[in-house]
Design a protein around this ligand. Structure first.
Ligand SMILES: [Zn+2]
Length: 396
């Protein structure tokens, strides 16, 4: 691969407290070889001048659903254009937290991206959310839809399901620690699994070297999951200050997915928006609306380690960037939001070579047309994308 020198009038490297000023970055063999106010220009190197744009590390979304369909083939095909959309918008890495089909399609999609057959962000995959029967992953009650999750009850069945997902190539194991607001019997206050079940699930995953992510809105489930040793907590929007403090003290990251929540709350009076959504979902969001609004602010002003995640798939993936302004409106400083999507997310994924611009790091780089610390909305206008040293989107 030819060397590339990227020239930008301004830069943030994923760790600094603010913009660093003019930077040049020499990219070689998919990695950042050198960064400085001026770098060496090897003979034959491509020079890419980004003008006034601000250079940033590629963004990481720790909570996406690329596609959900009844069959693995449908899911895989639906994921392909979504991957391109995400990369176009500056997301160079995503963690997919579960499709719907039993085929674990996203594992194959992940490998297709890694081999270069499909363009997209590098993927980390929890193949299918493990859920108790009658829990968040089970929509079969009253003869309605389907099993969105992998249904498992009791220690033996849960352990077996974890091992099946490990065998099929999982990077992560996700489970439903609480209900949610999806079907008519679902409640975010319901706890998905007993203490022994959660402990067995996390231990079985750990035995195969796999981290765990718990979908959990409320206190009791989060506390059980923490005691079990879960790696990340998804949502947490209905947790008390005391529970948030307990999570913060544990150092475990929370992926708060604030935009999807905000989006539902904003549209409570919009009949068209709810048409086609599962029966009961609107009433559930309405019933919990005040708590959800307060919870978003509780998370914003907390001392939690926040990792960026959107739940995109619940909405159009082109809108993922809107998590940034929603975080800021909830009281998260722009620097904390940017770190959540870069260095913090990279650490969560066990990939400290991602999310930063420094010598030796993987060359995932993007640019935006203004200062994201002054106006976080510029993250919706990504104008340059490089993944692993290859230019995906060129500045105009
Ligand atoms: Zn989700």
């Amino acid at each position: 691969m030819t060397d590339t020198v990227i020239v930008a009038e301004n830069c943030w490297d994923g760790t600094a407290g603010g913009l660093l000023g003019r930077r040049e970055v020499l990219v070689r063999d998919g990695r950042i070889h050198q960064i400085g106010a001026r770098v060496r220009r090897p003979t034959g190197a491509n020079v890419l001048d980004l003008g006034d744009a601000v250079l940033l590390p590629g963004l990481i979304d720790c909570h996406v659903h690329l596609a959900k369909a009844q069959s693995a083939a449908q899911e895989a095909m639906a994921a392909v254009p979504v991957l391109r959309t995400l990369l176009d918008h500056g997301f160079t890495t995503v963690r997919d937290l579960g499709g719907q089909s039993p085929g674990h399609a996203m594992v194959a999609v992940r490998d297709a991206v890694a081999s270069g057959d499909v363009a997209g962000p590098r993927m980390f995959v929890a193949p299918r959310m493990i859920s108790a029967r009658g829990g968040h992953g089970d929509d079969t009650g009253y003869g309605s839809c389907c099993e969105r999750g992998a249904l498992a009850d009791g220690v033996d069945e849960i352990v077996r399901t974890v091992r099946e997902q490990a065998r099929d190539g999982a990077d992560w194991i996700k489970f439903a620690g609480t209900g949610g607001m999806i079907n008519k019997l679902d409640r975010p206050q319901h706890v998905g699994y007993g203490e022994r079940e959660m402990a067995a699930l996390v231990a079985a995953a750990r035995d195969r070297g796999l981290p765990t992510a718990v979908h959990a809105f409320t206190d009791e489930s989060v506390r059980r999951a923490l005691r079990a040793g879960v790696t990340t907590i998804e949502h947490a929007q209905l947790c008390s200050d005391a529970t948030l403090a307990e999570i913060a003290a544990s150092g475990r990251p929370v992926v708060p997915t604030l935009y999807v929540c905000h989006r539902h709350l904003e549209r409570l009076d919009d009949d068209d928006f709810w048409t086609g959504k599962p029966p009961g979902a609107r009433e559930l969001v309405a019933r919990n609306a005040d708590d959800l609004r307060a919870g978003m602010t509780r998370i914003g002003r907390s001392a939690l380690t926040l990792a960026f995640g959107t739940d995109a798939g619940m909405f159009d993936h082109a809108e993922s960037w809107r998590e940034f302004p929603t975080m800021v409106r909830s009281g998260v400083a722009p620097l904390r939001a940017l770190r959540a999507a870069t260095t913090v997310a990279a650490e969560l994924l066990g990939r400290p070579d991602l999310g930063r611009i420094e010598a030796g790091a993987t060359a995932d780089l993007i640019a935006v047309p203004g200062d994201p610390f002054a106006d976080v909305e510029v993250l919706g206008e990504v104008c340059f994308v490089m993944k692993e040293g290859r230019v995906h989107r060129r500045p105009k």
